[in-house]
Structures are given as C-alpha cells and as structure tokens.
Design a protein around this ligand. Structure first.
Ligand code: ATP
Length: 334
C-alpha cells in the first residue's frame, strides 16, 4: 500500500466500508458473500453453457474466476448480478436472491458499468460523481479518482475515453457506492502496467476492509498476485479450485539453459527410469517425470560436464498458474 495515497480514502472511505470481516478472523466461519450451487443454463435452448457450476466467494477475500473464452464466466457473474436467470440451480448473494431481492442488493453490491450504463456525453469525473450521488455513503470521489488515475482524463467525455480509461472508470463506478461485494469483470484488461498496479492496490485495500471481491480475468499474473481463491471454469463447470499456492504446488521439474539441440535422449538415459527430458524452447531444457532431488541435479550437472556442455541455472522450477491452467483446460483454441 502506498502510504501517501491512503489518507484520502481511508479517513472516511474504503477502510470504513465495513468492520473487518468476521470471515477474516481465524476459526470464524460465516455465510459466503456468494454461494452458487449447481447452476445450469443453455441460452434459448442452444448448447449447454453452464453445466452444474458451483462455487463460493467469501467476504474479505478475492475470488478469481479463470477460464478459456466462452467457458461461462460472464454468464455466471451475470446470474449473480441478477441480470440473467439460470435454468436451474441456486444463487445466494449476501444471503439474498439476486433477482427477487434486487432492490435490496443494489446498494450493497458493486458492478462494473459498461458502455450503456453511464451517461456518455458527460466528463468521466462528472459521471462518477453522478453515480456517487445515488448512494447514501459513497466513497470520497476525488480520492478514488486520484487512486485510479482518473484525474488525467477527468473532463474527457465518457464516449471518447480510451479502452483502458473506460476500464478504470468502470472499476471506480463499481467501488464508489462502498459495496460489501464487488464484481469486477477483467479489471486489468487493456490497462498499462502502472494502472494495473494501481487497480490491484485498490482491490487489496477494499479486501482488507472486508469486502468480497469476485473478478474474472485472463491474466494469470493477476490471479496469482491478487486472488486468495482461484476458481477454474471450463465448459460451464468448475474444474479446479484453491489458492494459487495450492494449485501450483506439486512435483517440481528441473530446468536449465544451454546451447540448443542437446542430445536429450542421452541425458534421459543417464537419469532414473521415468525421466523425460524436453527442449521446451531453443536452449531451455525441462526434466520431468521423476522427483527432483540433489542426486538428479548432480546427474544433470555431471552429464553436462562429460559432454562438454555449459549449463546455466540448473535447478527445480515450480509450475506456474498458467501451466496448471493449460493442463486443466488444454491447448485447443476456443
Ligand atoms: N446472450 C447470449 N445468447 C446466446 N449465447 C450466449 C449469450 N451470452 C453468452 N452466450 C454464449 O455462452 C457461452 C459462454 O459465454 P460467456 O460470455 O459466459 O463466457 P466467458 O467465459 O465469459 O467468455 P470470455 O472469456 O470470452 O469472456 C459462449 O458460448 C457464448 O457464445
């Protein structure tokens, strides 16, 4: 957190959104902010889009929905926001029904308003002020605008904003009403690195205040760095769920760099049975299929020495979230 930026928001705003979430206290279990059970949906009798999807999102935590294009993330979030109806299954949002209790949920849930949701002929900051005026206890608009870097395009009309500027305004709109739960749809899409870091900082701050954040993203780095819980969705089902750490834990591989086109079969023969050696990209080698222990590292180093090969960075490498995601969802384009 950047201390200099905090006072404007913290004094009267973000941290005051709620008292620290009971869910964040050890040993205390509360109702989930979002609880989705066995959702099924097919648009207009077409192919199945949601096929028994279930997940929970807790208060004071960031839950990231990851999945290939068309996996059903936006449909799921739309159902949670009360904008779409499932064919079957149940959804509880802050303990309420998103359609039947829409009026009660509206002031408590933040959503990213896209093009149609904002007056397009007014300046960005004016649009945010307008929205803030609809809430009883809005955040400090100037502080929020400063934090998300909206001030540089404060007077630009909404319809003339660039993609990244529009995205930042939409994030501000989702947060300005001081929600207990916020849905962020690809909040970093199209953002430059500075803006992305600023958005992540603000998201961390609202989480610390006990807000439940549910976001969709295609950025593995965003999920890895921001999410407490990752929900991987594919073909309308949850195929994995867990913290980034838990999902990427598992057998490490061994990697090293050297000149391209080494005799990988010869190296594999020197290693214990089951070892596979691949040249993942020219000059980068990956040993997998066996447990990486000090003897394996020594065998690779000795093989390199006896073949006059200079190897750099010989050591275990942990799977990334992207590796896990591709293993779970495959490499076929959707
Ligand atoms: N209004 C609609 N009418 C008919 N089909 C739809 C509608 N909205 C979405 N779909 C279809 O439902 C499937 C899931 O779409 P959805 O937008 O939920 O996926 P997503 O995971 O959010 O994808 P992306 O990552 O590309 O945003 C897709 O095949 C899409 O074509």
């Amino acid at each position: 957190m950047v201390p200099g930026l905090l006072p404007g928001l913290v004094d009267s705003t973000l941290v005051a959104i709620g008292s620290p979430s009971p869910a964040a206290l050890p040993g205390v279990r509360t109702d989930a902010a979002v609880e989705v059970t066995d959702l099924r949906k097919a648009y207009g009798g077409g192919p199945t889009v949601l096929d028994g999807l279930s997940f929970r999102a807790e208060r004071g935590r960031v839950t990231a929905l990851l999945g290939p294009n068309g996996a059903g993330k936006t449909t799921t979030v739309g159902i949670c926001e009360g904008l779409r109806r499932p064919d079957s299954g149940t959804v509880r949002v802050l303990g309420l029904d998103p359609v039947a209790d829409a009026a009660r949920l509206r002031p408590r849930v933040g959503v990213m308003l896209q093009d149609g949701g904002l007056p397009s002929g007014v300046g960005a900051l004016e649009a945010l002020r307008h929205l803030a005026g609809l809430h009883t206890h809005p955040l400090n608009v100037d502080a929020l605008a400063e934090r998300l870097g909206l001030t540089s395009f404060a007077r630009t009309r909404v319809r003339r904003l660039s993609g990244g500027q529009r995205q930042r305004l939409a994030t501000a709109c989702a947060l300005v009403g001081r929600p207990e739960l916020v849905f962020l749809d690809e909040p970093s899409a199209g953002l430059d690195p500075q803006a992305r870091l600023a958005v992540w900082d603000v998201v961390r701050e609202v989480r610390a205040a006990g807000v439940a954040v549910v976001l969709t993203t295609h950025l593995m780095e965003e999920a890895e760095r921001l999410a407490d819980e990752v929900v991987v969705v594919d073909h309308g089902r949850v195929v994995a769920t867990g913290s980034p750490d838990a999902l990427t834990r598992g057998p490490a591989s061994l990697t090293f760099r050297s000149r391209p086109a080494l005799d990988t079969r010869s190296l594999a023969r020197a290693l214990p049975v089951g070892a596979e050696v691949a040249e993942a990209e020219p000059g980068r080698y990956l040993v997998s299929g066996i447990e990486v222990d000090p003897r394996v590292v020594a065998t690779v180093t000795n093989w390199c020495a006896s073949h006059d090969v200079l190897a750099e960075g010989v050591g275990p490498v942990r799977r990334t979230l992207e590796d896990v995601f591709l293993d779970l969802t495959g490499r076929t384009l959707r």
